[in-house]
Ligand binder design. Structure first.
Ligand code: HEM
Length: 553
């Protein structure tokens, strides 16, 4: 089945085939850049002398960089870059490194103490973001929040999100929308097994979880689950599939170690095709978002609309002190795209991995289902008000975030001043990459780190939460650039996961005793979308009633 990952993988393969020519051109360009820069080159990296001229502390350990181009040739020879960086760190036996790419010091970190020093003790010094071609494109020139540097625009947009869009009051207001999508999920899954509920049906769990997330955020932002007609069974139509695939492709490419990120003089040459892929996919997203946004602005301006029904209405209706619209059309478009991007990948990936892990460890699955049966029973479907009693289910989701983060690294943080971390010198402008992958799998912190074991998150007293402010793994991160969608992200994740488990028994496809838990070669998702056998486990009438109530708009 065609899906986002398959598309990304095919882009990746195509790139790999076209690599030799690209590589030659790149080497030529690098030699020319090198010669041009050589004259004015000031020793950016002083590793040769072992000490910084500006500081008594050394840079963190790392491979010796070439002048001007740094370690870009090694990076290009060793795609995917996240695996190369982690291997380098393992070989050097270090939890903080410095890899110079072009003129940028890239600082990967795999240790929670150092991560806390960065995002807690020195939060402000690391509050900026990189200036990348991808970020500029996706954020329409840094008009939204996540990708913007820490100036007035970031402050304005972050405040709007916190106070007007994602506040606890707004979260409650959108409860029915989230519920409608959760009901649709169960109904859609049931439609795939209803022909023979005893035997069950094969379900593409990745498709179901990604489209659940797409549905939630489309419903909250645009007040509709589908851009087109959707499918009769509640599944995604062509439009929703295209939308989700484009979102996942953008998320894959936005921090993909593009050469021009580190040598901006190469922007426009598009040596590896990243620019083309990003432009094509932002165009697809804009094709769906822009007409709705423009039409809605028109309705508000000519008085056809005066009630806020969704996040788009909220953003349009905001006024400045003079009673004029607070946000420009471009700002609204940029912020909407960012909200949609921020919502789709983490919950769907965590649920897909958790179900896969639990199929291979049925005792864990049984325990989670027993908890759901005792808290919720089988006469009704799980609701958000049940979450406080679903400690084991939440521990299962938290464990999926620890072991299987969606991205290898956190969103990059850029240092706004020279500073020291763990007694190493970190120059202004460094890109700090906290490793979501290695923090969560750090054997100094976690017993049997590669084992999916939700019990590790249970304690008798504390509520199990998905946040991890101590950065022993990264879910929502922390500090001034920490995630502001924690409530929504948590509700989406727990509801998705709880409905999957309560509504269906999950097992490997017929003829198989386990599912394949291999990771993709180009990221941290499952190598193949999880396809599993789902059997309805609640009374038939409950599903049938649900299906008849679903509004298929
Ligand atoms: C389970 C779901 C989610 C997870 C795991 C998650 C995780 C993250 C992470 C790791 C960051 C980067 C923090 C950093 O730079 O240190 C982030 C930032 C952010 N997230 Fe989320 N997120 C989720 C859902 C959402 C949702 C639903 C929204 C909004 C609708 C959202 C909005 C944001 C924003 C605006 C930022 C950037 C904050 C800034 O740079 O000032 N997130 N998120």
């Amino acid at each position: 089945m065609e899906n986002g990952t398959a598309i990304i993988f095919s882009h990746f393969l195509a790139r790999e085939h076209g690599t030799s020519m690209t590589y030659l051109i790149l080497i030529l360009i690098m030699i020319i850049s090198f010669l041009i820069h050589l004259v004015s080159f000031q020793a950016l990296n002083v590793r040769g002398s072992g000490k910084s001229n500006r500081h008594q502390f050394q840079l963190p350990p790392g491979p010796k960089p070439w002048p001007v181009i740094g370690c870009l040739p090694q990076m290009l020879r060793n795609r995917p870059t996240f695996a190369w960086i982690h291997q380098l760190m393992k070989d050097m036996n270090t939890e903080i490194a410095c890899i110079r790419l072009g003129s940028i010091h890239v600082i990967p970190v795999t240790c929670p103490n150092i991560a806390r020093e960065i995002l807690k003790s020195q939060d402000e010094a690391f509050s900026s973001r990189p200036d990348f071609m991808s970020s500029t494109l996706v954020s329409r020139g840094y008009l939204a929040t996540t990708l913007s540097p820490p100036g007035d625009q970031w402050k304005k947009m972050r405040k709007i999100l916190v106070t007007s869009c994602l506040s606890p009051a707004k979260h409650r207001l959108f409860y029915r929308k989230r519920l409608e999508v959760a009901d649709n999920l169960v109904s859609y899954l049931y439609s795939q097994c209803k022909d023979n509920p005893e035997k069950g049906g094969l379900v593409n769990v990745r498709l179901a979880t990604q489209h659940y997330c797409g549905n939630v955020i489309r419903k909250i932002v645009f007040n509709k689950r589908n851009f087109g007609k959707g499918m009769k069974d509640g599944g995604p139509g062509i439009e929703e599939k295209e939308h989700i695939d484009a979102l996942f492709t953008i998320l894959f490419y936005v921090f993909s170690f593009c050469i021009s990120d580190y040598m901006p003089s190469l922007i426009g040459l598009d040596l590896e095709g990243h620019e083309k892929v990003l432009k094509e996919n932002t165009d697809i997203v804009n094709k769906y978002h822009d007409p709705i946004i423009q039409e809605r602005i028109r309705q508000w301006r000519n008085g056809m609309k005066d009630q806020e029904e969704d996040l788009l209405d909220i953003l349009i209706a905001l006024k400045d002190n003079n009673g004029n619209p607070l946000l420009s059309i471009e700002e609204i478009k940029a912020q909407i795209t960012e909200i949609v991007l921020a919502s789709v990948d983490n919950p769907s990936n965590a649920a897909e991995w958790a179900i896969a892990e639990m199929i291979n460890q049925p005792k864990i699955m049984k325990k989670a289902v027993e908890e759901l049966d005792s808290v919720v029973g089988s006469e009704r479907l799980v609701q958000e008000s049940d979450f406080s009693k679903l400690q084991y289910v939440k521990a299962c989701a938290r464990e999926a975030f620890r072991l299987h983060p969606m991205q290898p690294f956190n969103v990059p943080h850029v240092s706004t001043m020279d500073t020291t971390i763990a007694n190493y010198f970190i120059p202004k402008g460094s890109h700090v990459l906290l490793s979501r992958m290695r923090l969560g799998r750090n054997s100094k912190v976690w017993d049997e780190p590669h084992k999916y074991r939700p019990e590790r998150h249970l304690s008798n007293s504390d509520d199990v939460l998905l946040i991890e402010p101590e950065l022993r793994f990264i879910s929502f991160s922390t500090g001034r650039r920490g995630c502001i969608g924690v409530n929504l992200g948590t509700s989406m994740t727990i509801m998705l996961f709880a409905r999957l488990l309560q509504g269906f028994n999950w097992s490997a496809p017929p003829g198989k005793s386990a599912v394949d838990l291999n990771e993709s070669k180009i990221g941290l998702t499952l190598a193949q979308p999880l396809v599993a056998l789902a059997k309805p486990r609640l009374p038939q009438a409950l599903y049938q009633e649900l299906t008849s109530c679903i509004n298929h708009s």
